[in-house]
Design a protein around this ligand. Sequence first.
Ligand SMILES: Nc1ncnc2c1ncn2[C@@H]1O[C@H](COP(=O)(O)OP(=O)(O)O)[C@@H](O)[C@H]1O
Ligand SMILES: [Mg+2]
Length: 401
Amino acid sequence: MKLAILSRAPRSYSTQRLRTAAESRGHRVRVLNTLRFAIDLTGDEPDLQFRGRPISDYDAILPRIGNSITYFGTAVVRQFEQMDVYTPNTANGIANARDKLRAIQILSRHNIGMPATTFARNRADVLPAIQRVGGAPVVIKLLEGTQGIGVILAPNTKVAEAIIETLQSTRQNVLIQRFVAESRGRDIRALVVGDRVVAAMRRVAQGDEFRSNVHRGGRVEAIDLPRSFEETAVRAAQIMGLRFAGVDMLESDDGPLVMEVNSSPGLEGIETATQLDIAGAIIDYIDNQVAFPEIDVRQRLTVSTGYGVAELVVHDGAELVGKTIAESGLRERDITVLTLNRGTTVIPNPNLSRTLEASDRLLCFGRLEEMRSMIPARRRRRARVKQLPDDPIRRADDVSP
Ligand SMILES: Nc1ncnc2c1ncn2[C@@H]1O[C@H](COP(=O)(O)OP(=O)(O)O)[C@@H](O)[C@H]1O
Ligand SMILES: [Mg+2]
């Protein structure tokens, strides 16, 4: 294949290793400075220029987008996606992972363990927020920090409030997180490639430091990753839309707690700690996936008018419970079940003979009109306001004197 590594650090350990791994497997590879692309939307087809010239055809890209260029970098990756070039990490995945709050928001509805986290803006809401995560000591984080910079442990509420106020006064957004004391300055980095963990290490903070980042002096050691950590890491990466990711987890009394998912994980620490050829694993994975560029399924499936994708939930006591998909009548209503979600397992292309159970979630493609009638009324968290009358303006006129 012909591969482009998007990186501004051609001489860094990670880029060098990726390039060598690709070359030694007989692939053609180039390292291209992300900032030298120009996104070209002038012609009929989406295009890209590199250093002022049209780029040649690539089969795949491997984006290594640094924090300081997220906006431009993800725009370049998105452009490659529009051109049907395969990328293990999508622009959306990279952008979502980059923002610690956004990442946690996305993960939070999927049963992934995370440290209790809150986000508040107004001064009056900060103290209740600190209390909600269990009170001081608390961890305060800048939304887009890396390498441990912007992660602060506040020993008491007064200091926490002062730090938050100071950061907010310089227009920085911060989140407040329970301090997972039992992890004792240690965390686990699992490297996910595709749907498996290819390597894992534990990082141990030095001295009285609580941050275990290698850039903060953390020591690394290889570990045998417990199954629960492996599953959590793979699911977290998948939910974020990243096929190559470094998932950071704390070892809490309640099992793995995901802190963040890195879309451009460094290779030096983990290859040194494990002596494994991780660069080779990611190159082989890309080589296998090249034929399947990411496509925006929802967008493409909704192009035919009246058709679309929806999630139908099988409610307890509903007619569908106990019926097979064939008996469910969905097919007759022009609805195809694409995947069946049961708890945390996903059954792709479920067999027609599969029996539906309460709480199953069916991802379906079909006529929106048919599916609308099957989607239950939205759960309301508060009493509803009064419905608008059919013709609110006329009614309002009627009651005026
Ligand atoms: N809630 C927490 N409880 C205990 N330690 C934490 C917590 N959050 C972060 N840490 C420590 O701080 C380090 C850096 O935090 P992280 O959220 O990964 O930020 P960064 O993007 O800067 O690496 C982690 O590797 C971990 O050792
Ligand atoms: Mg980290």
